[in-house]
Design a protein. Sequence first.
Lengths: 441, 313
Amino acid sequence: MRMNDSTPGVPRTAEGTRLDPWFDSYAARAHNMRASEIRALFAVASRPEVVSLAGGMPFIGGLPLADIGEMMRRIIVERGEVALQYGSGQGDVDLREQIVTVMALEGIVAHPDDIVVTTGSQQALDLVTTIFIDPGDVVVAEAPSYVGALGVFRAHEADVVHVDMDGDGLIPEALETTLAGLASQGRRVKFLYTVPNFHNPGGVTMSLERRLRVLEICQRYGVLVLEDNPYGLLGFDHEPLPALRSMSEEGVIYLGSFSKTFAPGFRVGWAVAPHAVREKLVLASEAAILSPSNASQLAISTYLDHFDWQGQIKSFREQYRERRNAMISALEESIPAASWNVPEGGFYVWLKLPPGLDSKSMLPRAVTARVAYVPGTAFYYDGQGADHLRLSYCYPTPERIREGVRRLATVIDAEMETVNIFGTSGDAVGGTVEFPSPDMA
Amino acid sequence: MDILILAGGLSHERDVSIRSGRRVQEALRDHANAVTVQDVDTSLIPALRSGDYSVVWPLLHGASGEDGSLQALLELLDIPFVGTESKPARVAWTKPVAKAVFSRMGIATPEYVTLPQSLFREVGAEQVLDAIAAKFGLPVVVKPAQGGSALGVSLVRQRDDLARAMVHCFAYGDVALIERAVIGTEVAVSVVGTGDDARALPAVEIACDGPYDYDARYNAGRVEYFAPARLDADAAAIVSSAALAVHRALDLRDLSRVDMILESDGTAQVIDINIAPGMTETSLFPQAVEAAGLDLGEVYREIAAHAASRGRV
């Protein structure tokens, strides 16, 4: 990093290049889509030497892969003319009927016509944002919030206002105060984005009582609820709580996914929306992708028909519980100066660092020590969260988790020493995770 | 000629290295028989021992790629490779050591001090930072004593920002180099060849709308590059000779890039040297080759062929 200045007497006539002839043509929103120092640091996270506690990658090794391989072979051989053809913009009707059954486990009563199948629920997030958000519109979201949702909101130039959570999820009083404040400023809130079950990254679950209150407040303020529920069936100890959508058909758009209960590689998710919204979602989806993948939909549909998918979810739950336990006991042993929640399901521990530490500034040290996490700033729209980091326990084995936490402990100790010497945390590593790569989402 | 490119590795610059590797592979497509990219992991030595190549081209950036380790391994296995040998690589990698060589050879480089974190702990950080500000004035540049791609580097204009910059720097390594910030025209001169046969390519000038940091380096748009640099003949000759002097003084081989700031009095201050310069879409070495009117693939082929012709060490 150096300073530039002109040197007297030096000719200044030549034409320069910015190496991108289209630089001046990009939409304003594209200028934030950049390679960054922090994303570069994540490049090593995929190496086997690194214990990655960063990405929320499901434990695919727990699936009966040989049987699924045979299933895929038969789909192509026996139904290839359908599987490899374009399909319906709204999604395969058989699969939509099965999705109705899946959602019933969380108390949702829906009709297949209410459902739009999407390329992962990430696409559903994008579609909802496309049809509701003009630049500058307000989205209210939990503090912190899923990094992939914030990326979508940012790409659509939304303004995100965060509302605090505690151990029971979104705090209704804080939501009401925020909505009232925005209303008094004349600002229209388009929707509340919430992950009520085993929150990403917070790990917490919204209590039943709060679900009712949140819905009541949103109804009173005329705010739609966007309920994102990839983890609802992955609770360790209790039956799933009823989805917000099960309590309000008109006030909630519900997003579901097979990425965590089966496999993300198929990229199949769905949205359930009130009639008029659903019509627009289908049109928006057709405009974006014409139709979701028939091959993937047939795979999911066949899997639901012929495999013990609920037994598989139970098996995943046991594996994730064991990993959660490994992480929590390792944290208790190695990093007592930090604090964290104990998630009752899902993939994530949200760790608060000892005072004075900055998770983004500390990341290079972690990469050197061969352990990766996602800095807390990724989960805020406004640069908060440096005092937190997210740890995922879903993918590494319990033994690797313990090793990763041990490494993280040495990183925290070393960073603490440096911070104590200089009496300040460091300059944050350059760049943001505003547009997260899949291994950070 | 078959070429085995080594790219990736485990350093902080893995991402840049992978991009460099792919770019060189692409440029060599029509100029070599087969070009393979290999990561540096447990499959490396079997790949090296396979002998399915004429020459190895290490494009690792950062630790183990530029610090001489990988080169030492290649020498140990008696494998011909592109670039500087292990011992000079080690000297070039450690910025204060390289700067000491420059000073001995009469090559200008900004005034600096090298300090480990332990010293700040032992004698008190604030007093040391005061001494730094008093000695050099502000702004100063704080950077890890080893490493590239501007990682961990800060330009500090205010005394109050110095401590944060030090913490940032020490997140990348235990030793910091603090140097007086130099004002002038920023240029990079790429050198091809070895010893008396080395030649400097046209200087590339970097005109940045702010710090030439990671963001500016690897995203097209923020930097306006002038290749060749907007220098008159005298100034161009000054930076070329400085780059060649550095290349020769440090015994660099085959290729290097020397980053400099040309001051208004005509002094070329050497800021940094790279024995495995970046080869990405926004990197300076490929721009210099094109500014020389040369074909990138042909230059890469010549570099590789020359290294291959050296044969086993």
